[in-house]
Design a binder for this molecule. Structure first.
Ligand SMILES: Cc1cc2nc3c(=O)[nH]c(=O)nc-3n(C[C@H](O)[C@H](O)[C@H](O)COP(=O)(O)OP(=O)(O)OC[C@H]3O[C@@H](n4cnc5c(N)ncnc54)[C@H](O)[C@@H]3O)c2cc1C
Length: 382
């Protein structure tokens, strides 16, 4: 039974374990992470594992650039194999409006140092001759983008965090956050009460519930996203980029010998539903066969549903003393980008907790933006 901690992290997904690791690395003692189920049992292990620098907002690009550097040296720093593949992300625009946005985004990305380039349909055809391109206006490609295994990344963070002294308590649920005189005092769990001045909400799709434990209403909601994997399929090259058909939010990439694909169901209401449904698989399979006609011959092997945690402007809420509650920190609402941004965001939270400062621009991620109607919004959402 743990009675006291300097920091209690609520949530053992990739964000929580990254935060735990970075706190311990900075020398923070007595850090406790509570996870109501098992590590990575939330959105993290259901993610498609995509990692990219191609965002519209500079603050997101900077967070992703720092995170990518960590993924690139993860195997060495964490002694963990994360199956990191840097085959690039190829975005396709079919709508003139999206193409105009892509061109504006690429200018911001290039200014930030991202090696991204605009591609004509002919250049896309040279790169990916298996795509149907008659309706494609143009695309963007960044060779440093890729994907990795989110479960292994989480376990890598967790192992190093434990080595550095973090106590990780699985099957331990935060049931209440005691706040008095505007300050966090304790986190109450099913295993007892932990006195602490700092509670960190990294509860993924359950972020709104954890916010309520501290008396706050956070504008984050869970939405199901489904992923499907084909049977082994050798009619596409062994190495293909992550391909994003932007308007329908359809994507596919290699998953070993198979092809992994997903799409956003625009009609999906918020819920905690994580079933996968066969009717939607038919829609996804049709979209796949349209964009890459050889996929018409692919058989399907499995699928699953997971939860995105979405805010009204598709940007997360990251910061300290959230809602004026001293000692309440959040990194929630990543709207489908939480895995790729976890290395830098964990470090940012650790910096905020230990020094009150960070070298990143967090202004687009303030909770207050919603009330002040100062939402900038991320446009490259998949
Ligand atoms: C289908 C799909 C595809 C995706 N693809 C990508 C992608 O390509 N790239 C990308 O970057 N992101 C992707 N994402 C998003 C990504 O998975 C999430 O942003 C990321 O995993 C969030 O991590 P997290 O640690 O914040 O949340 P989670 O992994 O959900 O972890 C939160 C944890 O908090 C625990 N918890 C909740 N409440 C409590 C409580 N009261 N007490 C204790 N513990 C609690 C939960 O059990 C859970 O384990 C995808 C998501 C889905 C569903």
């Amino acid at each position: 039974m743990i009675e006291k901690a300097s920091v209690v992290i609520i949530g053992g997904g990739v964000m929580g374990t990254s935060t735990a690791y970075h706190l311990a690395k900075l020398g923070c003692q007595d850090v406790v992470l509570v996870e109501k189920n098992q590590l990575a049992s939330g959105s993290t292990s259901l993610s498609a594992g995509g990692i990219r620098l191609q965002f519209s907002l500079e603050a997101n690009i900077r967070i992703s650039m720092e995170s990518l550097r960590t993924f690139e040296r993860f195997a060495e720093e964490f002694e963990a194999e994360i199956d990191f593949r840097q085959h690039g992300y190829l975005f396709l625009a079919t709508e003139p409006r999206d193409w105009a946005e892509f061109q504006a985004n690429v200018a911001v990305q290039q200014r930030a140092g991202v090696p991204v380039r605009l591609l004509s349909p002919e250049e896309i055809g040279d790169m990916a001759p298996y795509l149907y391109l008659d309706d494609v206006v143009g695309g963007t490609f960044c060779p440093r983008d890729g994907y990795a295994d989110p479960y292994s990344v989480t376990m890598g963070f967790a192992r190093q965090a434990r080595r550095l002294g973090v106590r990780i308590c699985e099957e331990t649920e935060a049931l209440d956050i005691k706040v008095s005189e505007g300050k966090v005092r304790a986190v109450v769990t099913n295993e007892g009460e932990i006195a602490t001045p700092v509670a960190v909400n990294v509860a993924g799709p359950w972020a709104a519930q954890v916010g309520r434990l501290a008396g706050l209403e956070l504008p984050v909601q869970p939405y199901r996203r489904q992923v499907f994997v084909t049977a082994p399929f050798d009619e596409l090259p062994k190495q293909i980029p992550m391909i994003i058909d932007f308007a329908p939010s359809f994507y596919f990439r290699r998953e070993g010998a198979s092809i992994l694909m997903g799409m956003t169901d625009q009609e999906e209401p918020p819920s905690f539903n994580t079933n996968f449904d066969l009717e939607f698989l038919v829609e996804v399979a049709e979209k796949a066969a349209y964009r890459a006609p050889v996929l018409d011959r692919a058989g399907f092997m499995r699928g699953w549903g997971g939860l995105y945690t979405i805010t009204p402007d598709d940007n997360p809420i990251i910061g300290r003393d959230i809602g004026g509650v001293e000692g309440f920190y959040c990194a929630v609402g990543f709207s489908g980008h939480g895995f790729m941004q976890s290395p830098a965001v964990g470090r940012i939270l650790a910096d905020l907790i230990t020094s009150g400062q960070t070298n990143h621009d967090l202004s687009p991620f303030r909770l207050e933006r919603f009330e002040a109607e100062e939402m900038i919004g991320e446009k490259r959402v998949v």
